[in-house]
Design a protein around this ligand. Structure first.
Ligand SMILES: NC(=O)c1ccc[n+]([C@@H]2O[C@H](COP(=O)([O-])OP(=O)(O)OC[C@H]3O[C@@H](n4cnc5c(N)ncnc54)[C@H](O)[C@@H]3O)[C@@H](O)[C@H]2O)c1
Ligand SMILES: [Zn+2]
Ligand SMILES: [Zn+2]
Length: 371
């Protein structure tokens, strides 16, 4: 079949929206009609970073409806509503079996976009195979994914809100609840209030933080966090540090969660300065290049103050367990997803959508595919 896809032909290239051909699902695979795709910053890193295989169809945060299943698919049927998992959970590898599915060996396909058998279902008009980011590729009308990369959600689920459960919400919520281990009474500082940071704020509050402070250079981001329940927000690290110092009689924050769009050595150092003795710094935001040095800290001080630095992928979540759980919190009115969706775009507005993200206009933009 034919489908439209927003893709990158190589590093430094702009997004192009092209008609491509899509093979049907093979064994263990599922054809999904995309409903919504979230505009995560991780897709924006793709054409600036290195080490990827191109052409690459973007989009890993998404929701849609199953249209066809390949042989051996047992958990999904045509008509089911699904949310994507940006790291597949194979259930069999060492990491999955010990409850660390975010490290699943199948996640190695993330950067090539190949499916489990190492081949591709998407092909450009010139015949070249295209991968889908995270073995997904939700910036499309239709995509083929492995069954293990999809979570079924109830038939009455609103797919626009649910699409955020494909990445930003488990990532941010889990960065606070799981990786930082926020506890009742904690002081938590979140750097960067995009889709990931807004979910981190909500996770910290749910875990019982007494005070949540945000740092984001864009005033509206801090105002949004206040509406979610954060207690204070600042556009500079210096102002936030001064505030937290005064609030804690110099002790500083129990945990600091870094969710900025482009991680830098400077922001890591700021997070470190903000953290109390024995406190935790969670690094969730990444740089454009995966191998860029963004952590350079005084080791002797880190040791003397026994601070913990944690790299955190996917909020240490297991999507098959946590997506239904987070959806339940949303349905109960405890997790605010609808408010996080700032703007909606058509698939061919992808360049504008990422420009708006860069310009700080959105908490989360989403591509509305099924219009
Ligand atoms: N670890 C993971 O599993 C995982 C998953 C998803 C996204 N990410 C990464 O998380 C980061 C956030 O993603 P997003 O989609 O929410 O991005 P986003 O661009 O929507 O939001 C990032 C926010 O950071 C703010 N910011 C920029 N520089 C800052 C600074 N120096 N101090 C404080 N705030 C600053 C921006 O104004 C913006 O509001 C990205 O690096 C993304 O690639 C990681
Ligand atoms: Zn696995
Ligand atoms: Zn993402």
């Amino acid at each position: 079949m034919k489908t439209r896809a927003a893709l990158l032909r190589g590093p430094g290239q702009p997004w192009t929206v092209e008609e491509i051909s899509l093979d049907g699902p093979r064994a263990g695979e599922v054809l999904v009609e995309t409903a919504f795709a979230g505009l995560c910053h991780s897709d924006d890193h793709l054409n600036k970073g290195a080490g990827l295989r191109f052409p690459l169809v973007g989009g890993h945060e998404g929701s849609g409806i199953v249209r066809e299943v390949g042989a051996g698919v047992t958990r999904l049927r045509p008509g089911d509503k699904v949310v994507t998992c940006f790291i597949p959970a194979c259930g069999r590898c060492r990491w999955c079996t010990v409850g660390q599915s975010w490290l699943c060996d199948a996640g190695a396909s993330t950067l090539t976009g190949a499916l489990a058998d190492g081949t591709y279902r998407m092909h450009l008009r010139d015949g070249r195979d295209a991968g889908g980011f995270c073995a997904l590729g939700t910036f499309t009308d239709f995509f083929v994914a492995q069954e293990r990369s999809l979570v079924k959600v109830p038939d009455d689920t609103a797919l626009d809100a649910a699409c955020l459960l494909g990445c930003s919400v488990p990532t941010g919520w889990g960065s606070a609840v799981r990786a930082a281990g926020v506890r009742t009474g904690d002081v938590v500082v979140v750097y960067g209030v995009g889709g990931v940071g807004a979910a981190a704020v909500q996770g910290a509050l749910m875990a019982g933080a007494a005070r949540v402070v945000t740092v984001d250079p864009v005033p509206f981001k801090n105002e949004f966090a206040r509406r979610l329940g954060a207690h204070a927000g600042f556009t500079t690290h210096a102002e936030a540090l001064d505030h937290v110092r005064r609030q804690t009689a110099g002790v500083l924050a129990d945990s600091v969660i870094q969710c900025v769009g482009v991680a830098t050595e400077q922001v890591t150092t700021e997070c470190y300065e903000m953290t109390r003795k024995g406190g935790t710094i969670v690094l969730t935001g990444i740089a454009d290049h995966y191998d860029e040095i963004t952590v350079k800290l005084p080791g002797g001080m880190l040791t003397s103050f026994s601070k913990t630095v944690v790299g955190c992928l996917y909020g240490f979540c297991n999507p098959h367990q946590d997506v239904p759980m987070l959806l339940g919190l949303y349905r109960d009115g405890q997790l605010r997803l609808d408010e996080m969706v700032t703007r909606r775009y058509a698939l061919d507005e992808i360049e504008k959508a990422y420009q708006d993200m860069t310009d700080g206009l959105n908490i989360r933009g989403i591509v509305e595919v099924a219009t």
